[in-house]
Design a protein around this ligand. Sequence first.
Ligand code: ADP
Ligand code: MN
Ligand code: MN
Ligand code: MN
Length: 364
Amino acid sequence: MTFTNGQQVRNARLAACDVPNLLEGTHVSYKAEYIWIDGTEPTARLRSKTRILADGADLPDWGFDGSSTNQAPGDNSDCVLKPVFSCPDPIRGGENKLVLCEVFLVDGTPHETNTRAKLRPIAEQYAAQDSWYGIEQEYTFFKDGRPLGFPERGYPAPQGFYYCGVGADEVFGRDIVEAHMDACLAAGLKLSGINAEVMPGQWEFQIGPAGTLEVGDHMWVARWLLYRIAEDHDVSATLDPKPVEGDWNGAGAHTNFSTKAMREGYDAIITACEALAEKAQEHVAGYGADIERRLTGMHETAPWSEFSYGVSDRGASVRIPWQVEVDKQGYIEDRRPNANVDPYVVARLITGTCCAALEKAGQV
Ligand code: ADP
Ligand code: MN
Ligand code: MN
Ligand code: MN
Protein backbone atom coordinates (compact mmCIF):
# COMPACT_ATOMS: atom_id res chain seq x y z
CA MET A 1 0.00 0.00 0.00
CA THR A 2 1.28 3.49 -0.81
CA PHE A 3 0.68 6.51 1.37
CA THR A 4 -0.71 9.71 -0.07
CA ASN A 5 1.45 12.78 0.16
CA GLY A 6 -0.85 14.30 2.79
CA GLN A 7 -0.46 11.36 5.12
CA GLN A 8 3.31 11.48 4.81
CA VAL A 9 3.32 15.08 5.90
CA ARG A 10 1.11 14.30 8.89
CA ASN A 11 3.23 11.33 9.92
CA ALA A 12 6.36 13.43 9.75
CA ARG A 13 4.75 16.05 11.94
CA LEU A 14 3.72 13.40 14.49
CA ALA A 15 7.24 11.98 14.60
CA ALA A 16 8.64 15.44 15.21
CA CYS A 17 6.68 16.07 18.39
CA ASP A 18 7.35 14.26 21.64
CA VAL A 19 4.72 11.50 21.47
CA PRO A 20 5.91 9.39 24.44
CA ASN A 21 5.78 12.42 26.71
CA LEU A 22 2.30 13.28 25.53
CA LEU A 23 1.10 9.76 26.31
CA GLU A 24 2.51 9.80 29.80
CA GLY A 25 -0.18 10.54 32.32
CA THR A 26 -3.01 9.19 30.14
CA HIS A 27 -3.82 6.81 33.01
CA VAL A 28 -5.98 9.57 34.43
CA SER A 29 -8.82 8.47 32.18
CA TYR A 30 -10.63 5.34 30.99
CA LYS A 31 -12.99 4.46 28.15
CA ALA A 32 -16.59 3.54 28.88
CA GLU A 33 -18.47 1.95 25.99
CA TYR A 34 -22.13 2.88 26.53
CA ILE A 35 -24.38 0.20 25.00
CA TRP A 36 -28.14 0.44 24.47
CA ILE A 37 -31.03 -1.21 22.65
CA ASP A 38 -32.52 0.89 19.87
CA GLY A 39 -36.02 1.23 18.39
CA THR A 40 -35.59 -0.73 15.15
CA GLU A 41 -38.75 -2.68 14.26
CA PRO A 42 -39.69 -5.45 14.38
CA THR A 43 -36.40 -6.45 16.02
CA ALA A 44 -34.34 -3.95 18.00
CA ARG A 45 -30.61 -3.63 17.40
CA LEU A 46 -27.65 -2.76 19.61
CA ARG A 47 -25.93 0.64 19.51
CA SER A 48 -22.89 1.89 21.39
CA LYS A 49 -20.55 4.85 21.69
CA THR A 50 -17.53 5.71 23.78
CA ARG A 51 -17.15 8.18 26.61
CA ILE A 52 -13.82 9.11 28.15
CA LEU A 53 -14.12 9.38 31.92
CA ALA A 54 -11.69 10.49 34.62
CA ASP A 55 -10.03 7.66 36.50
CA GLY A 56 -12.28 6.43 39.28
CA ALA A 57 -15.23 8.54 38.10
CA ASP A 58 -18.73 7.05 38.44
CA LEU A 59 -20.70 6.30 35.31
CA PRO A 60 -22.85 9.35 34.60
CA ASP A 61 -26.13 9.43 32.70
CA TRP A 62 -25.56 10.32 29.06
CA GLY A 63 -27.62 11.02 25.95
CA PHE A 64 -27.91 10.29 22.25
CA ASP A 65 -29.74 11.34 19.12
CA GLY A 66 -32.93 9.27 19.20
CA SER A 67 -33.93 10.43 15.72
CA SER A 68 -31.16 8.22 14.32
CA THR A 69 -32.29 5.09 16.20
CA ASN A 70 -36.06 5.18 15.62
CA GLN A 71 -36.55 6.40 19.19
CA ALA A 72 -37.44 10.08 18.75
CA PRO A 73 -38.60 12.63 16.16
CA GLY A 74 -35.95 14.92 14.66
CA ASP A 75 -37.34 18.08 16.26
CA ASN A 76 -37.23 16.57 19.77
CA SER A 77 -34.44 14.09 19.45
CA ASP A 78 -32.73 13.80 22.83
CA CYS A 79 -32.93 10.45 24.63
CA VAL A 80 -31.25 9.67 27.94
CA LEU A 81 -28.95 6.73 28.76
CA LYS A 82 -28.94 5.47 32.34
CA PRO A 83 -26.27 2.88 33.17
CA VAL A 84 -27.75 -0.29 34.72
CA PHE A 85 -24.97 -2.89 34.36
CA SER A 86 -21.25 -2.55 33.77
CA CYS A 87 -18.33 -4.94 33.48
CA PRO A 88 -14.67 -4.89 32.43
CA ASP A 89 -14.20 -4.30 28.68
CA PRO A 90 -12.34 -7.43 27.50
CA ILE A 91 -11.58 -5.87 24.11
CA ARG A 92 -9.91 -2.67 25.27
CA GLY A 93 -8.68 -4.24 28.51
CA GLY A 94 -7.18 -2.23 31.38
CA GLU A 95 -9.59 -0.10 33.36
CA ASN A 96 -11.95 0.27 30.43
CA LYS A 97 -15.60 -0.71 30.82
CA LEU A 98 -18.69 -1.88 28.97
CA VAL A 99 -21.78 -0.08 30.22
CA LEU A 100 -25.26 -1.38 29.43
CA CYS A 101 -27.94 1.32 29.67
CA GLU A 102 -31.70 1.71 29.83
CA VAL A 103 -33.19 4.39 27.55
CA PHE A 104 -35.29 7.17 29.09
CA LEU A 105 -37.12 10.26 27.86
CA VAL A 106 -35.83 13.62 29.05
CA ASP A 107 -38.79 13.86 31.47
CA GLY A 108 -37.40 10.88 33.38
CA THR A 109 -39.90 8.24 32.23
CA PRO A 110 -38.70 5.03 30.56
CA HIS A 111 -38.73 5.10 26.76
CA GLU A 112 -41.44 2.97 25.11
CA THR A 113 -38.70 0.67 23.74
CA ASN A 114 -37.24 0.13 27.22
CA THR A 115 -38.31 -3.47 27.85
CA ARG A 116 -36.01 -3.80 30.87
CA ALA A 117 -38.04 -1.13 32.68
CA LYS A 118 -41.20 -3.19 32.03
CA LEU A 119 -39.53 -6.27 33.51
CA ARG A 120 -38.29 -4.56 36.69
CA PRO A 121 -41.64 -4.50 38.59
CA ILE A 122 -42.45 -8.14 37.66
CA ALA A 123 -39.00 -9.30 38.77
CA GLU A 124 -39.48 -7.46 42.05
CA GLN A 125 -43.02 -8.75 42.63
CA TYR A 126 -41.90 -12.39 42.43
CA ALA A 127 -38.35 -12.00 43.76
CA ALA A 128 -39.08 -14.35 46.69
CA GLN A 129 -39.63 -17.26 44.25
CA ASP A 130 -35.96 -16.94 43.25
CA SER A 131 -36.27 -17.49 39.47
CA TRP A 132 -33.28 -18.78 37.54
CA TYR A 133 -32.89 -18.49 33.78
CA GLY A 134 -30.56 -20.19 31.33
CA ILE A 135 -30.87 -18.99 27.71
CA GLU A 136 -29.30 -20.89 24.80
CA GLN A 137 -28.47 -18.26 22.19
CA GLU A 138 -28.21 -19.71 18.68
CA TYR A 139 -26.80 -17.54 15.88
CA THR A 140 -25.32 -17.78 12.40
CA PHE A 141 -22.12 -16.31 10.98
CA PHE A 142 -22.39 -14.68 7.55
CA LYS A 143 -19.69 -13.64 5.11
CA ASP A 144 -20.14 -12.45 1.52
CA GLY A 145 -23.93 -12.75 1.84
CA ARG A 146 -24.05 -16.42 2.82
CA PRO A 147 -23.54 -18.49 5.98
CA LEU A 148 -19.91 -19.28 6.80
CA GLY A 149 -19.17 -22.69 5.30
CA PHE A 150 -21.69 -22.36 2.44
CA PRO A 151 -20.06 -22.58 -1.01
CA GLU A 152 -20.30 -19.66 -3.44
CA ARG A 153 -22.90 -21.55 -5.46
CA GLY A 154 -25.33 -24.22 -4.31
CA TYR A 155 -25.38 -25.79 -0.88
CA PRO A 156 -23.00 -27.67 1.42
CA ALA A 157 -23.59 -31.34 2.31
CA PRO A 158 -26.94 -31.80 4.09
CA GLN A 159 -27.24 -31.43 7.86
CA GLY A 160 -26.07 -34.33 9.96
CA PHE A 161 -22.40 -33.88 10.87
CA TYR A 162 -22.13 -30.21 11.74
CA TYR A 163 -23.74 -30.27 15.22
CA CYS A 164 -20.91 -30.43 17.80
CA GLY A 165 -18.61 -31.36 14.91
CA VAL A 166 -14.85 -31.17 14.63
CA GLY A 167 -12.64 -30.66 11.59
CA ALA A 168 -12.36 -28.09 8.82
CA ASP A 169 -15.03 -29.81 6.70
CA GLU A 170 -17.62 -29.58 9.50
CA VAL A 171 -16.86 -26.50 11.56
CA PHE A 172 -16.72 -22.87 10.43
CA GLY A 173 -15.73 -19.88 12.56
CA ARG A 174 -14.34 -21.61 15.63
CA ASP A 175 -11.62 -18.95 16.09
CA ILE A 176 -14.32 -16.30 16.51
CA VAL A 177 -16.32 -18.50 18.87
CA GLU A 178 -13.28 -19.14 21.08
CA ALA A 179 -12.39 -15.43 21.16
CA HIS A 180 -16.00 -14.60 22.07
CA MET A 181 -16.09 -17.18 24.85
CA ASP A 182 -12.83 -15.84 26.34
CA ALA A 183 -14.13 -12.29 26.12
CA CYS A 184 -17.40 -13.16 27.90
CA LEU A 185 -15.49 -14.88 30.70
CA ALA A 186 -13.03 -11.99 31.04
CA ALA A 187 -16.01 -9.63 31.31
CA GLY A 188 -17.43 -11.75 34.11
CA LEU A 189 -20.57 -12.75 32.21
CA LYS A 190 -22.35 -15.94 33.29
CA LEU A 191 -21.55 -17.81 30.09
CA SER A 192 -22.02 -21.53 30.74
CA GLY A 193 -20.94 -23.09 27.43
CA ILE A 194 -20.81 -23.06 23.63
CA ASN A 195 -21.44 -25.59 20.85
CA ALA A 196 -21.50 -25.84 17.07
CA GLU A 197 -25.07 -26.17 15.76
CA VAL A 198 -26.91 -28.23 13.17
CA MET A 199 -26.34 -25.95 10.12
CA PRO A 200 -22.84 -24.96 8.94
CA GLY A 201 -21.81 -21.57 10.36
CA GLN A 202 -24.44 -21.87 13.09
CA TRP A 203 -23.40 -21.80 16.76
CA GLU A 204 -24.80 -21.47 20.25
CA PHE A 205 -23.69 -19.97 23.55
CA GLN A 206 -25.53 -20.27 26.82
CA ILE A 207 -25.98 -17.64 29.53
CA GLY A 208 -27.08 -18.88 32.94
CA PRO A 209 -28.28 -19.88 35.38
CA ALA A 210 -28.81 -16.21 36.14
CA GLY A 211 -31.47 -14.01 37.74
CA THR A 212 -34.50 -12.53 35.97
CA LEU A 213 -32.91 -9.18 35.02
CA GLU A 214 -29.37 -10.50 35.09
CA VAL A 215 -29.89 -13.05 32.30
CA GLY A 216 -31.00 -10.27 29.94
CA ASP A 217 -28.19 -7.92 30.97
CA HIS A 218 -25.56 -10.58 30.41
CA MET A 219 -27.20 -11.74 27.16
CA TRP A 220 -27.29 -8.27 25.60
CA VAL A 221 -23.63 -7.64 26.48
CA ALA A 222 -22.65 -11.11 25.19
CA ARG A 223 -24.48 -10.33 21.91
CA TRP A 224 -22.64 -7.00 21.63
CA LEU A 225 -19.30 -8.78 22.19
CA LEU A 226 -20.22 -11.35 19.54
CA TYR A 227 -20.90 -8.69 16.89
CA ARG A 228 -17.84 -6.69 17.92
CA ILE A 229 -15.42 -9.63 17.80
CA ALA A 230 -16.83 -11.04 14.55
CA GLU A 231 -16.37 -7.53 13.08
CA ASP A 232 -12.59 -7.91 13.57
CA HIS A 233 -12.79 -11.11 11.47
CA ASP A 234 -14.83 -9.42 8.72
CA VAL A 235 -17.73 -11.69 9.57
CA SER A 236 -21.22 -10.70 10.73
CA ALA A 237 -23.29 -12.66 13.21
CA THR A 238 -27.07 -12.73 12.77
CA LEU A 239 -29.91 -13.77 15.09
CA ASP A 240 -32.20 -14.31 12.08
CA PRO A 241 -34.53 -17.15 13.21
CA LYS A 242 -34.48 -18.83 9.80
CA PRO A 243 -31.38 -17.67 7.93
CA VAL A 244 -31.69 -20.28 5.16
CA GLU A 245 -35.07 -21.45 3.87
CA GLY A 246 -35.66 -25.13 3.22
CA ASP A 247 -34.19 -28.14 4.95
CA TRP A 248 -31.94 -26.18 7.30
CA ASN A 249 -32.44 -25.64 11.02
CA GLY A 250 -33.59 -22.26 12.24
CA ALA A 251 -32.00 -20.42 15.17
CA GLY A 252 -33.71 -20.28 18.55
CA ALA A 253 -33.14 -19.14 22.10
CA HIS A 254 -34.37 -22.06 24.22
CA THR A 255 -35.15 -20.62 27.64
CA ASN A 256 -34.56 -22.82 30.69
CA PHE A 257 -36.47 -21.74 33.77
CA SER A 258 -36.89 -22.70 37.39
CA THR A 259 -38.11 -21.29 40.67
CA LYS A 260 -37.04 -22.44 44.12
CA ALA A 261 -40.20 -24.60 44.33
CA MET A 262 -39.48 -26.18 40.91
CA ARG A 263 -35.93 -26.98 42.01
CA GLU A 264 -37.43 -28.79 45.02
CA GLY A 265 -40.47 -30.62 43.67
CA TYR A 266 -42.25 -31.99 40.60
CA ASP A 267 -45.75 -30.55 41.27
CA ALA A 268 -44.35 -27.07 40.73
CA ILE A 269 -42.80 -28.21 37.41
CA ILE A 270 -46.22 -29.37 36.19
CA THR A 271 -47.92 -26.20 37.45
CA ALA A 272 -45.45 -24.11 35.41
CA CYS A 273 -46.08 -26.19 32.24
CA GLU A 274 -49.88 -25.96 32.62
CA ALA A 275 -49.65 -22.19 33.18
CA LEU A 276 -47.62 -21.83 29.96
CA ALA A 277 -50.29 -23.87 28.12
CA GLU A 278 -53.00 -21.41 29.16
CA LYS A 279 -51.06 -18.36 27.92
CA ALA A 280 -49.52 -20.04 24.87
CA GLN A 281 -50.50 -17.50 22.21
CA GLU A 282 -49.53 -14.47 24.30
CA HIS A 283 -46.09 -15.99 24.79
CA VAL A 284 -45.56 -16.88 21.13
CA ALA A 285 -46.46 -13.30 20.17
CA GLY A 286 -43.61 -12.01 22.37
CA TYR A 287 -41.03 -14.64 21.48
CA GLY A 288 -39.44 -12.86 18.51
CA ALA A 289 -40.38 -11.59 15.04
CA ASP A 290 -41.04 -14.18 12.32
CA ILE A 291 -41.53 -16.98 14.82
CA GLU A 292 -43.90 -18.80 12.46
CA ARG A 293 -41.05 -19.15 9.94
CA ARG A 294 -39.10 -21.18 12.48
CA LEU A 295 -41.76 -23.03 14.54
CA THR A 296 -43.07 -25.08 11.65
CA GLY A 297 -43.27 -28.44 13.42
CA MET A 298 -40.15 -29.59 11.55
CA HIS A 299 -36.44 -29.28 12.43
CA GLU A 300 -36.83 -30.05 16.14
CA THR A 301 -39.67 -27.57 16.69
CA ALA A 302 -43.33 -27.73 17.68
CA PRO A 303 -45.77 -25.76 15.48
CA TRP A 304 -46.23 -22.22 16.83
CA SER A 305 -50.04 -22.58 16.86
CA GLU A 306 -50.18 -25.69 19.11
CA PHE A 307 -48.84 -25.96 22.64
CA SER A 308 -47.42 -29.20 24.03
CA TYR A 309 -45.08 -30.27 26.79
CA GLY A 310 -43.35 -33.55 27.46
CA VAL A 311 -40.44 -35.34 29.04
CA SER A 312 -37.32 -35.49 26.84
CA ASP A 313 -39.42 -34.34 23.87
CA ARG A 314 -37.45 -32.03 21.58
CA GLY A 315 -40.51 -31.85 19.34
CA ALA A 316 -42.59 -30.28 22.13
CA SER A 317 -43.04 -26.56 22.87
CA VAL A 318 -41.76 -27.13 26.41
CA ARG A 319 -39.43 -29.96 27.37
CA ILE A 320 -39.03 -31.43 30.83
CA PRO A 321 -35.46 -32.78 30.76
CA TRP A 322 -35.21 -36.53 31.36
CA GLN A 323 -33.09 -36.06 34.49
CA VAL A 324 -35.70 -33.70 35.93
CA GLU A 325 -38.36 -36.40 35.74
CA VAL A 326 -35.98 -38.88 37.36
CA ASP A 327 -35.02 -36.46 40.16
CA LYS A 328 -38.61 -35.18 40.46
CA GLN A 329 -37.21 -31.63 40.60
CA GLY A 330 -35.26 -29.18 38.46
CA TYR A 331 -36.29 -26.91 35.58
CA ILE A 332 -38.19 -26.74 32.29
CA GLU A 333 -37.02 -25.72 28.82
CA ASP A 334 -39.28 -23.44 26.76
CA ARG A 335 -38.06 -24.26 23.24
CA ARG A 336 -40.17 -21.66 21.46
CA PRO A 337 -38.27 -18.34 21.80
CA ASN A 338 -36.57 -17.25 18.57
CA ALA A 339 -32.88 -16.37 18.41
CA ASN A 340 -33.95 -12.75 17.83
CA VAL A 341 -36.04 -12.59 21.00
CA ASP A 342 -35.58 -9.84 23.59
CA PRO A 343 -34.51 -11.70 26.76
CA TYR A 344 -36.20 -9.05 28.93
CA VAL A 345 -39.53 -9.83 27.19
CA VAL A 346 -39.15 -13.60 27.57
CA ALA A 347 -38.35 -13.19 31.26
CA ARG A 348 -41.33 -10.87 31.76
CA LEU A 349 -43.69 -13.36 30.13
CA ILE A 350 -42.36 -16.50 31.84
CA THR A 351 -41.99 -14.96 35.31
CA GLY A 352 -45.40 -13.28 34.97
CA THR A 353 -47.15 -16.48 33.86
CA CYS A 354 -45.39 -19.17 35.91
CA CYS A 355 -44.74 -17.30 39.16
CA ALA A 356 -48.35 -16.05 39.28
CA ALA A 357 -49.63 -19.62 38.80
CA LEU A 358 -47.22 -21.03 41.38
CA GLU A 359 -48.28 -18.38 43.87
CA LYS A 360 -51.97 -19.15 43.22
CA ALA A 361 -51.29 -22.87 43.72
CA GLY A 362 -49.46 -22.16 46.97
CA GLN A 363 -46.29 -23.69 45.51
CA VAL A 364 -43.78 -21.06 46.58
P1 ADP B 1 -29.70 -28.34 25.82
O1 ADP B 1 -29.51 -29.72 26.34
O2 ADP B 1 -31.13 -28.02 25.60
O3 ADP B 1 -28.84 -28.03 24.63
P2 ADP B 1 -27.91 -26.47 27.25
O4 ADP B 1 -26.93 -27.25 28.02
O5 ADP B 1 -27.48 -25.86 25.98
O6 ADP B 1 -29.24 -27.39 27.05
O7 ADP B 1 -28.48 -25.28 28.14
C1 ADP B 1 -29.10 -25.47 29.36
C2 ADP B 1 -29.12 -24.16 30.13
O8 ADP B 1 -29.96 -24.31 31.27
C3 ADP B 1 -27.76 -23.72 30.65
O9 ADP B 1 -27.59 -22.32 30.41
C4 ADP B 1 -27.87 -23.98 32.14
O10 ADP B 1 -27.08 -23.10 32.89
C5 ADP B 1 -29.34 -23.73 32.39
N1 ADP B 1 -29.86 -24.36 33.62
C6 ADP B 1 -29.41 -25.46 34.26
N2 ADP B 1 -30.11 -25.70 35.39
C7 ADP B 1 -31.06 -24.72 35.46
C8 ADP B 1 -32.09 -24.41 36.39
N3 ADP B 1 -32.32 -25.15 37.47
N4 ADP B 1 -32.86 -23.34 36.13
C9 ADP B 1 -32.67 -22.60 35.05
N5 ADP B 1 -31.70 -22.82 34.14
C10 ADP B 1 -30.90 -23.87 34.33
MN1 MN C 1 -28.13 -26.16 23.97
MN1 MN D 1 -29.16 -25.52 20.29
MN1 MN E 1 -32.06 -26.61 24.27
